[in-house]
Design a protein around this ligand. Structure first.
Ligand code: NDP
Length: 521
């Protein structure tokens, strides 16, 4: 069980005492004793996100003292070489003003080990079992085991099968808990997601499976619930009676970087909309859950998805827009078009931009369009949810009412983190001029801290057994059901206008036809 400890000598605690803005910030909850096995420990995700997250959890005293970490991949490392690799990963991530602390690192490093192995080889999993037994004795982690699949999705089923063959499945571990974290994507379409789930279910029960959608670990995403359910002023207007439309944007300025091979088979709909963006929609649209219990929340999210009708194939082009970037300019630099990116086919039909218009068939939301858009190489990096309220019902100020804007509530997720409200105010002076103004709340300045990286929160939650921020199978399946008709139609009918937007622009023109009210990027 997770327990609360008095905050001792941690950096976090001393800042709370010194800075009144940080009042109310939770003291650290220690995670359960456990050993984490990172499959894919020589890969990019482990190096850039996971290892820095482990160190940061240690620095915040969230990592229990009874803890071990075993990396597993093909690249040959000795334990010491792997520890050096981990140390470099942490150093690269550190703020230059807060360098790695030797005492903390040394304590963590002695709990880190590595196994060179191939997922196809059962012997390597037997060796893993022996190593786990040894670590559990050495570090007193009980028999609590967290398996993290930070590998290409194609090998997820193999790893799960090998865990069972080697006796590393939950049933063979009655004296501790066994959990598995599955990286995204969970399937590449509905059929493959179902096939993967079939393999997962052979070994793990649903409450042992933690499907990562790292967007859900972001502080501002969690704040959607706080905004809605820790305030009374928003909920009464949170419905079709006051809301005209909801616009969810996940825009990037980056291109596909080194991920061309993956992205060319995925595209924006699979990569962003099916998971991150639909999850944001669920948090905005769900009914108030009866409690903050993981399943109470996940039940409500699932209900939102089940109230969205997957489009009929003949309606796909009316409710969706796709795009692909051509060459253009970003930050004053010329950048190549998508088809010239490394590992991308020069005739690729993959969409680097997707926009959808969805309706939720519920009492609360009937008739309110939810516009979703995500794209690469756009004018600005911005993830946000903008809720546009109805226009004023009566023009009290005559023709001056022309300048009155509709109220918009914007929940900013990244890179800015905060909430803003757009409303109208009288311009100072004798005349009755009215103009839109913005009231802004920013997390960094409001609380005097930067949000913890998503992976940090998610890792700690999985160690504590809190699945609230992980996606349940029913929701994953339903999200695939919603996007499948669009994927199928897009796949079967190539877009001959590609590339149809310039890098650094707002995206394809057709998106403005779908929703003329998008906020400018
Ligand atoms: P990489 O390709 O960088 O790493 C893959 C890892 O898996 C390597 O450690 C590799 O080992 C190991 N591996 C692959 N096949 C085998 C095998 N047969 N036996 C043993 N080890 C194997 O992938 P990423 O780290 O980028 O991604 C990992 C997962 O995280 C993917 O599911 C991805 O979708 C997801 N993800 C990644 C993000 C990122 O920013 N990188 C962001 C969000 C999700 P070796 O190289 O030593 O052979």
């Amino acid at each position: 069980m997770a327990k609360t400890i008095p905050a001792p000598k941690t950096d976090g605690a001393s800042h709370v005492a010194a800075n009144p803005l940080r009042e109310g910030i939770e003291s650290n909850r220690v995670a359960d004793p456990c050993t984490i096995v990172f499959f894919g420990a020589s890969g990019d995700l482990f190096k850039r996100m996971l290892m820095p997250a482990v160190y940061s959890l240690r620095a915040k005293d969230i990592l229990p003292s009874n803890f071990g970490l075993i990396g597993f991949a093909r690249t040959p490392y000795t334990d010491d070489q792997f520890r050096d690799y981990c140390k470099r990963a942490v150093q690269q991530d550190q703020d230059p003003d807060a360098p790695l602390k030797d005492a903390l690192w040394n304590d963590l490093a002695k709990r880190i080990g590595y196994l060179t192995g191939d997922f196809d080889d059962t012997k390597h999993f037997q060796a893993l079992k022996a190593r786990l037994d040894d670590y559990e004795k050495q570090f007193g982690a009980g028999h609590n085991r967290l398996f993290y699949l930070a590998t290409p999705p194609s090998v997820f089923p193999k790893i799960i099968e090998q865990l069972q063959k080697a006796g590393l499945d939950p049933v063979s571990n009655p004296n501790g808990w066994s959990r598995i974290i599955v990286e995204k994507p969970f399937g590449t379409d509905l059929a493959s997601a179902r096939a993967l789930q079939t393999e997962v279910e052979k070994v793990f029960t649903e409450n042992q499976v933690y499907r990562i959608d790292h967007y859900l670990g972001k502080e501002t995403v969690q704040d959607i619930m706080a905004l809605r359910f820790a305030n009374t002023i928003f909920e009464p207007i949170w419905s079709r009676n006051y809301v005209q439309s909801v616009h969810i944007t996940a825009a990037e300025t980056l291109g596909v970087e080194a991920r061309g091979a993956y992205y060319d088979n995925a595209g924006a709909l699979r990569d962003m909309i099916q998971n991150h963006v639909l999850n944001l929609l669920a948090l905005v649209a769900m009914e108030p859950p009866a409690s903050s219990d993981a399943d109470a929340i996940r039940n409500e999210k699932y209900k939102v998805f089940s109230a969205i009708e997957p489009p009929a194939p003949e309606h796909v082009f009316q409710m969706s827009v796709r795009g692909q970037y051509g060459p253009g300019t970003i930050g004053g630099q010329h950048v190549a078009g998508y088809r010239s990116e490394p590992d991308v086919s020069p005739t690729s039909n993959a969409e680097t931009y997707a926009a959808l218009k969805l309706y939720i068939n519920s009492w609360r939301w009937a008739g309110v369009p939810f516009f979703l858009r995500s794209g690469k190489r756009l004018a600005r990096k911005a993830s946000e949810i903008a809720i546009t309220f109805n226009p004023i019902p009566h023009r009290l100020f005559g023709e001056k009412s022309d300048t009155i804007e509709q109220n918009v509530l914007v929940i900013k997720i990244q890179p800015d983190e905060g909430v803003s409200i757009r409303f109208n105010a009288k311009v100072p002076g004798q005349k009755n001029h009215i103009r839109g103004v913005t009231m802004d709340f920013n997390y960094g300045t409001g609380f005097g801290v930067q949000s913890a990286p998503a992976y940090e929160r998610l890792l700690a939650d999985a160690m504590r057994g809190d699945a609230t921020l992980f996606t349940r199978w029913d929701a994953v399946q339903r999200a695939w059901e919603i996007v499948m008709p669009i994927l199928d139609v897009w796949q079967s009918i190539k877009d001959r206008s590609f590339p149809n937007y310039a890098a650094g622009s707002e995206g394809p023109d057709a998106a403005k036809t779908l929703n003329p009210g998008w906020r400018i990027l």
